[in-house]
Design a protein around this ligand. Structure first.
Ligand code: SF4
Length: 106
C-alpha cells in the first residue's frame, strides 16, 4: 500500500512539473524531444502513473489510447527527457535519450 502511495505522489509531482515546463519552459521540452530516440511500444505504463487514464484500452496485447489522434499535448510529449520518465515506466518504455557522453564532440 505504501509503495502504491509513493508511486502516486511521485508521479503526481512529475506530472505537475511537466505541465509547468510545457507552459513556461517550452524550449526545454522542444529541445528534449529533438533528442528523443525510439518509439512508443504501447506498454501503457505512462498512462498508469498517478491514476489509470480512462482512455486506455487493450488491443492485441498492447495498451492503446482511445483518443490517440486528439490526445492532449501533455501526453504527446511524454517523455521529453530522461528525468521526465516515470520510474515505474522506464524499463518498459521504447523511448530513450542519448547520454551526454554519447554526444559527438565538436
Ligand atoms: S511508457 Fe513509453 S512505450 Fe510505454 S506507452 Fe508510454 S511512451 Fe509508450
Amino acid at each position: 500500500m505504501l509503495k502504491l502511495y509513493k508511486k502516486f505522489v511521485h508521479s503526481l509531482k512529475m506530472q505537475v512539473k511537466r505541465r509547468y515546463l510545457m507552459l513556461w519552459k517550452r524550449e526545454t521540452v522542444e529541445d528534449g524531444l529533438a533528442e528523443r530516440q525510439g518509439e512508443c511500444l504501447g506498454c501503457g505504463e505512462c498512462c498508469k502513473a498517478s491514476f489509470v487514464c480512462p482512455f486506455l484500452f487493450e488491443y492485441r496485447g498492447k495498451l492503446l489510447c482511445k483518443i490517440h489522434e486528439t490526445k492532449p499535448e501533455v501526453c504527446k510529449t511524454y517523455p521529453f527527457c530522461e528525468e521526465d520518465m516515470f520510474p515505474h515506466a522506464k524499463a518498459k518504455c521504447g523511448y530513450s535519450f542519448p547520454k551526454k557522453s554519447d554526444s559527438p564532440k565538436n
